[in-house]
Design a protein around this ligand. Structure first.
Ligand SMILES: Cc1ncc(COP(=O)(O)O)c(C=O)c1O
Length: 449
């Protein structure tokens, strides 16, 4: 037998399908990519980052600590600023929210409003906030700290395909829970949990992964009522599982809201914070190249993940952390996010008008209130995958989208839907959005005849 050099993980880990899409976008200059999850190049805060960096490097007193190694958990000033920022976001979201008037939610809302300063300080504490190299590292660390090979993770159906890559690479299984326009289908979640309990697999479920704001890929935002229901259900099944079942709330796009009211995070659900892992990032709302993310973690997880991060990199780039801290403290960050929201509102409007004008009426599409993505569903039978006629014809016409099937986990309980697409208004110019949607619309019209 040939000796194996690579570890099991080294052999198992496949190239992410998105690599091919990225390569196609970069190697064909005429191609209009509505596939990339990149943010808008022209909106990147070059002058603002220069100002913040100048402030950091103004004197040896401020510059030297930034150019030195830091500590594994992250710069304390940034952790304090981030915790305060998140606490304020959640407080404002609870106070100004217009969420569902069900009695459960109203009760939770009043309990959240009256939560004491002490309780809040415990939840949004810099002591349980870990700075990571992008929120991607937080997602990876969570899987590493909680899951063994062969364990199962509950995910939305569809979900962020890079997270599916983590599961594949680490030998984890996924169980998918249906998604509705306002978030998870809770009745389906209960059925999935029941079936896992019956089969004995619940003992191997530690985690639900939820992309809660303007989800990648569908643009769906999970309502606060559904977050409450989700946490309640997970709690209900803990006894059968024999251990806590955590909610990993990935809020990567939260800052990019351009319509409607902010929704409180799962940390704001009274009594639930010990089961919530909140993953946030400064990538999307500030600069994707900076890649500073963070997690608010239950204390036992904070300790374990900090130790594991110590082995990964013993700390995220200190200079970049100082840059973000300056941007937050000086107001540069807040002003930039406000500008960005207007920019994406405009681009989303352009995409919506183009879709209305060019897509055949048989195509159903979902409009987001923020983030970077529209989601379109073709009539069943018209596949959109990389080997499909739709995809190859679109490519021939120099327009690219993300095939929906890449975002569905391998779950034996259902067949993967293959007739959807993610279309992004993030990186393309307004002119390219109009032209790209027109080309895509022409392809769909032709193939739907
Ligand atoms: C849903 C989701 N989560 C997390 C990330 C990772 O972002 P970052 O590591 O830059 O914070 C992305 C990036 O596209 C994403 O779409």
């Amino acid at each position: 037998m040939k000796p194996q050099v690579l570890s099991k993980m080294g052999r198992r880990t496949t190239e992410p399908p998105i690599s091919w899409l990225m390569h196609a976008a970069l190697s064909r200059p005429k191609l209009i990519s509505l596939a990339a999850g990149f943010t808008d190049n022209t909106a990147l805060p070059v002058a603002e980052a220069r100002t913040a960096l100048n402030q950091v490097l103004r004197s040896p007193k401020t510059g030297q600590p930034a150019l030195q190694y830091g500590i594994t958990a992250g710069d304390l000033a940034l952790r304090k600023l981030t915790a305060a920022h998140l606490r304020k976001l959640d407080f404002q979201a609870v106070v100004s929210s217009s969420f569902s008037s069900s009695s459960l939610v109203l009760e939770l809302k009043s309990r959240t409003r009256t939560r004491t300063k002490d309780e809040d300080e415990k939840i949004y504490s810099p002591e349980r906030l870990l700075i990571t190299s992008g929120s991607q590292q937080l997602l990876y660390l969570t899987a590493e700290a909680l899951c063994n090979e062969g364990d199962s993770v509950l995910v939305e159906d569809p979900t962020y395909f890079v997270f599916l890559g983590i599961l594949q690479s680490r030998g984890l299984r996924a169980r998918a829970v249906r998604l509705e326009r306002d978030g998870l289908d809770l009745a389906h979640l209960e059925r999935v949990l029941q079936s896992l309990k019956r089969s004995g697999e619940l003992r191997r479920v530690k985690l639900f992964y939820l992309v809660s704001y303007f989800q990648n890929p569908t643009g769906v935002t999970t309502s606060f009522g559904k977050k409450c229901g989700l946490l309640k259900l997970l709690k209900k099944f803990e006894r059968a599982a024999g251990h806590p079942i955590y909610l990993l709330e990935d809020a990567a796009y939260r800052g990019l809201r351009f319509a409607g009211n902010d929704v409180p995070s799962a940390l704001a659900v009274p009594g639930a914070a010990e089961r919530v892992i909140y993953a946030g990032t400064f990538s999307k709302p500030f600069a994707t190249g900076v890649r500073v993310g963070y997690g608010i973690l239950p204390k036992p997880l904070f300790t374990a993940m900090k130790h594991i991060k110590g082995n990964h990199d013993f700390g995220t780039s200190n200079l970049l952390q100082h840059l973000v801290a300056r941007a937050l403290a000086s107001g540069i960050y807040g002003r930039h996010v406000a500008r960005l929201q207007k920019r994406y509102a405009q681009k989303a409007r352009v995409m919506k008008l183009a879709i209305k004008k060019h897509f055949p009426s048989a195509v159903e599409w979902w409009e987001p209130e923020g983030g970077l993505y529209f989601w379109a569903r073709l009539p069943r039978g018209l596949a959109t995958g990389m080997k499909s006629k739709v995809f190859s014809t679109a490519l021939k016409n120099d327009v690219l989208y993300v095939p929906g099937e890449l975002c569905y986990a391998d779950d034996p309980a259902r067949r993967k839907p293959n007739h959807e697409m993610r279309i992004s208004f993030g990186s393309a110019s307004e002119k390219d959005i109009r032209e790209g949607i027109k080309r895509l619309g022409n392809v769909l019209r032709k193939l739907l005849k």
